[in-house]
Design a protein around this ligand. Structure first.
Ligand code: FEO
Length: 394
């Protein structure tokens, strides 16, 4: 990536990863990602904000070289996760006089993860400032966006917030700003769903902490820079709010067609009742799409056959994922089938403990659904409609 000037004396020197398709060997990245690193040139000192994934360290060093930088005094580490910290050892080798500036918790993690020696660190407290001569950087602790040690940096004169994972997106682009707002929103929402949603309460506290800052640019360490800060701040306020939508998310798997038939019937029944349904065939779907839908939906209904006395492993995975992501979903239910027995509904319901949901009685058919099963699916659709009415969604 060629360097991009973000503002006077501030250069984006990170890397684009067009080909990355999985993060943490789990999260799908259909649009690749970027590891943004920002060089701030001061009158007396230079600072580098975050590094890049170790797979791109040569690119970072080449970008710094092409920026004509002979010395870096401070390597500011907002977050210990290796997609931002992993090239710090290489940067320390290239700029041996540099010190890693971070909070005590992040320092410990960087020592554990990257074996950076103690003497290489300067630790900062919440609210501390660092002078580059003509520029003052302020550090603000923002825990749990994404790990407990995360913090951000505010450059008051430039009105720029360097936010690391907070407000990020997995969206590869050569330009620091992306003009396509729909694409930008979708990528940011996917990122929120997969990475930030479990920490909604912490995000609320962090937004409160940042609310009085005068911000012109938000420069995260993944994806586009936000030159309209309210675009992303308002989106976050919406996603972390307790408001849910008149939507049912319906992840399902079907082995021989019984569950598929029930799901198809339930989709029609809910649609006729004015409810938006988002079905996901778990053998084909991108789990990121499922995660995005969980951000707003009032209800989740899982569909699964019974396999070896329990739920199908694909449904177990979806339940485990939904439980881990902790969406604000209010209601849950299960539709499924069995041949001769098992504890599938109890198993799935027992996996949703993190969700503060009321379980609406499941509909389980013996084999292919029959008249009484279709009636039970109608009753399930009625029950969901009633619940959504209580929430004022219909
Ligand atoms: Fe982009 Fe939590 O690292």
């Amino acid at each position: 990536m060629t360097n991009k000037i973000l503002a006077k004396d501030i250069i984006s020197v990170g890397a684009v990863d067009w080909d990355r398709r999985l993060f943490d060997e789990l999260i799908p990245l259909p649009d690749g990602t970027t590891y943004n690193s920002y060089l701030i040139i001061g009158k007396d000192k230079n600072a580098l904000i975050d590094s890049v994934d170790p797979s791109k360290e040569k690119e970072l060093l080449a970008n710094l070289k092409s920026a004509g930088i002979l010395k870096i005094d401070y390597l500011i580490a907002h977050h210990a996760e290796q997609d931002h910290s992993g090239s710090i050892p290489a940067a320390l080798k290239a700029y041996p006089d540099a010190k890693v500036v971070t909070n005590p918790k992040c320092k410990t993690m960087l020592m554990d993860l990257l074996l950076i020696p103690d003497e290489k660190f300067i630790t900062v407290n919440d609210g501390d400032t660092l002078s580059l001569g003509d520029k003052i950087l302020k550090f603000i602790y923002t825990p749990w966006v994404h790990w407990p040690e995360t913090m951000v940096t505010y450059f008051e004169d430039g009105k720029i917030l360097f936010s690391c994972d907070f407000f990020g997106s997995h969206l590869a682009s050569l330009e620091p700003y992306v003009g396509d707002e729909a694409k930008k929103y979708e990528s940011a929402k996917r990122y929120f769903a997969e990475i930030m949603m479990p920490f909604r309460t912490n995000i609320k506290n962090n937004l409160e902490k940042l609310k009085n800052l005068d911000i012109r640019l938000i420069a995260p360490s993944h994806g586009p820079v936000h030159d309209k800060p309210n675009f992303i701040i308002d989106a976050y306020k919406d996603w972390i709010s307790d408001n849910v939508k008149n939507e049912v998310v319906l992840p399902y798997v079907s082995m021989h067609g019984s569950v598929a038939e029930m799901v198809s019937y339930l989709i029609d029944a809910l649609t006729k009742r004015g409810i938006i349904v988002k079905p996901f065939n778990l053998t084909k779907t991108d789990i990121g799409e499922l995660a995005i839908s969980l951000v707003d939906a009032a209800t989740i209904v899982l569909g699964t056959p019974t396999v070896l006395a329990g739920a199908h492993p694909q449904a177990v995975y979806a339940a485990f994922l939904a439980n881990a992501l902790r969406p604000k979903t209010r209601y849950a239910s299960i539709v499924g089938s069995f041949g001769w027995g098992g504890k599938m509904p109890e198993q799935i319901a027992g996996m949703l403990g993190n969700l503060k949901v009321e379980i609406i009685p499941p509909v389980i058919a013996k084999g292919f659904p029959k008249k009484e099963d279709y009636l039970a699916l109608d009753r399930l659709a009625d029950a969901i409609k009633e619940k959504h009415k209580i929430l004022g969604l219909i």
